[in-house]
Design a protein around this ligand. Sequence first.
Ligand code: HEM
Length: 279
Amino acid sequence: MTYQPVDGKPFTVTMGLRALDLAKWIEIDENYQSEIVLKQKLLQQNHAQVFATTPSGFEGSAETLDLLKDHLMQYSPDHFDLTKFAHADQHPLEIASRNVQEDLVIMSKTDGQWVMTAASVCFPSRWDLTEKINKNLHEIHAPVPEYEERIGMATDTMFDKFTPEWPMWRINWTILDSSELHLPMNANQLNRNTSHLTPADFAKNTFLRIERQTLRALPKSKDVLFTIKTYVTSLAQVDAKDQHFRANLAKTLMSVSDETIDYKGWQPLWQNLQYWLDA
Ligand code: HEM
């Protein structure tokens, strides 16, 4: 497992930004081929659900494509050749997105607020891109408990400070009853009758979903590019690889508010989760 952010500390909403080595900006892993195929399919069949742009996001999108081309040719030349990026009929952000596992979002400063002006998001974690396009950071995060009180203003200030040379990264994590990468708001909940699952089967069918997010200022447009790479691993697999995972998860979950349990959609899993953690 590349990332395992559950460390047993009390659950709080934090910015948790860390400096990112530019060489590690974009990740290519063993799921590259299957995820690119899935993205191509979603961009073809569900375009309006996974791709949204406004005119203000065009310049940053074109700049993103150029930056990505340069980056990938420099750091992963065996994987890419320039023909992969030559699709004059497509929006530049779509060309970029069809070549990387990451979802890509352009944020532009508009009337003093950071606004989502273009986005290719094939792998949302139960949210709806069409509701968030053209919205600012505060509006985008309106459903997130404590975002506004704890980090709303600080996040805006950080966006003003990002630079092209020093990208930052952070992690979000959740627990879900599905291993699907494409989980829009209306994705069917599995509706499993989890009360019949043994703790071991529950852990095989319930997943730690990690988003590795990067943030980087774009020098020409002055926009910020936000990337999201999603990892999904069953609780059983994480447990097998990290002997502290279960104890840490139990400790962290003790401090979670009812509001957060509701927001994360954990209520239907909660009892089985506790049985597994105690098993
Ligand atoms: C430093 C920057 C950012 C921070 C600290 C931050 C923080 C967070 C946190 C804590 C959550 C709750 C996640 C969870 O508990 O599962 C969240 C959710 C979310 N974030 Fe961010 N975020 C940042 C940037 C962005 C950007 C640039 C976008 C633009 C697309 C974005 C879009 C979202 C969305 C769509 C959600 C889900 C909201 C919902 O449930 O409706 N975030 N973010």
